[in-house]
Write a protein that binds this ligand. Structure first.
Ligand code: OGA
Ligand code: NI
Length: 363
């Protein structure tokens, strides 16, 4: 069956969460209340003590004292990608001003009156603009979050009508930030290639003019954080994702590890990196895209700035020959066009790792 034309999607009334808490701070409308088995249970102190996602010190890779230091950090990276699909990077060389600036303009954006933000609406079935993405029906539950998302690179994916004129510094800030994050993604992909025993330019050569998009997620406080989710469980369709949490951010991001939701404790000036579906496919499942979600907080709001870095839409994706062995490690994913995968990803609701069924060879 052909996909529904986007204009015919009926998503019902989507309340703006910031407006909701202004008018009725203690009420959580029915459409945000999750089934008991998917609620954002409060983060327990116990899990704080026992789980830390790996931390990779990028200075040990860019300026190692010894070759052993380099190899040790590469080994840590490879274990992080295999066992967690998530890690934090420190000493990433992105200047603190750049990071603080984007956080500042993003905050200013979300704090503008609704009428102003509504000039950049996210149309149903699309993923750019202000609103809620991945909503496809009137009864689908909503996330306790306001989002603002933009395609950044290559320029052909931009929708200039959605780039806001206010705050005045927004576009300039986002351009500067995106350039730095792009450099970081390229560096990380070279280290990831090395950690897999591939030549370091492998991904860069393959990805062509990589696609880069940004999503700013604003999670207002919620009077009943245990009933809602900030962001539904999902894996990212990207190759790599870079997540920046606002300064002094409370815990919000959780990842599913061994069937338990593990909180990611924000480290000052670190960036959170995760493996997306594309790297899972390319590595034939050696490195995994891990299901994650966001929960909300009773008192504090939380802002994240998330960059998705992926191959050009033209690129054909399949597990790399170097990482497949017919006898011991047979190919788990079929070959597909990345543009088709992206379309599949954005035209379905977020549902754990379900998107990857698109590529799985089932036997
Ligand atoms: C995302 C995401 C988590 C967060 O935007 O894909 O996983 O904590 N965000 O905002
Ligand atoms: Ni995500």
């Amino acid at each position: 069956m052909a996909p529904l034309p986007i204009s015919s999607i009926s998503v019902g009334k989507i309340d703006d969460v910031q407006e909701l808490i202004k008018s009725k701070p203690n009420k959580v409308p029915e459409r945000f209340i999750r089934e008991a088995n998917e609620r954002g249970v409060p983060v327990s102190l116990k899990s704080h003590l026992h789980h830390h996602i790996p931390v990779i010190d990028l200075s040990k890779l860019s300026k190692p004292h010894t070759h052993d230091d380099f190899l040790f950090e590469i080994l840590k990276l490879s274990q992080a990608c295999e066992d967690w699909g998530f890690f934090q990077v420190i000493n990433h060389e992105i200047e603190v001003e750049v990071v603080e600036d984007i956080e500042e303009v993003a905050k200013e954006f979300f704090e503008m009156p609704l009428e102003e933000k509504k000039k950049y609406p996210m149309a149903p079935g699309t993923v750019q603009g202000y609103g809620q993405a991945f909503i496809f029906s009137e009864d689908q539950k909503l996330d306790w979050c306001n989002m603002f998302a933009l395609g950044v690179h290559p320029p052909s994916i931009r929708n200039p009508k959605l780039w806001p004129s206010k705050p005045a510094r927004f576009s300039e800030s986002l351009e500067g930030y995106s350039k730095e994050i792009r450099k970081l993604c390229k560096r990380l992909l070279t280290y990831i290639a090395i950690s897999l025993g591939l030549k370091e330019e492998k991904f860069e050569e393959m990805f062509g003019e990589a696609v880069q998009a940004v999503r700013m997620n604003y999670y207002p406080p919620c009077s009943s954080p245990d009933l809602v989710l900030g962001l539904s469980p999902h894996s990212d369709g990207s190759a790599l994702t870079v997540l920046q949490q606002s300064k002094n951010s409370c815990v919000g991001l959780q990842i599913l590890k061994d069937n338990t939701w593990v909180p990611v404790l924000p480290l000052p000036s670190a960036l959170v990196i995760n493996i997306g579906d594309t790297i899972e496919v390319l590595t034939n499942g050696k490195y995994k895209s891990v299901e994650h979600r966001a929960v909300t907080n009773r008192e504090k709001e939380r802002l994240t700035i998330v960059t998705f870095y992926a191959p050009n839409y033209e690129v054909e994706i399949e597990p790399l020959g170097e990482l497949v062995d017919d006898e011991t490690n047979p190919c788990k994913y079929r070959s597909y066009n990345h543009g088709d995968y992206s379309y599949h990803y954005v035209s379905n609701k977020l549902q754990g790792k379900k998107s990857l069924d698109f590529a799985k060879i089932l036997n």
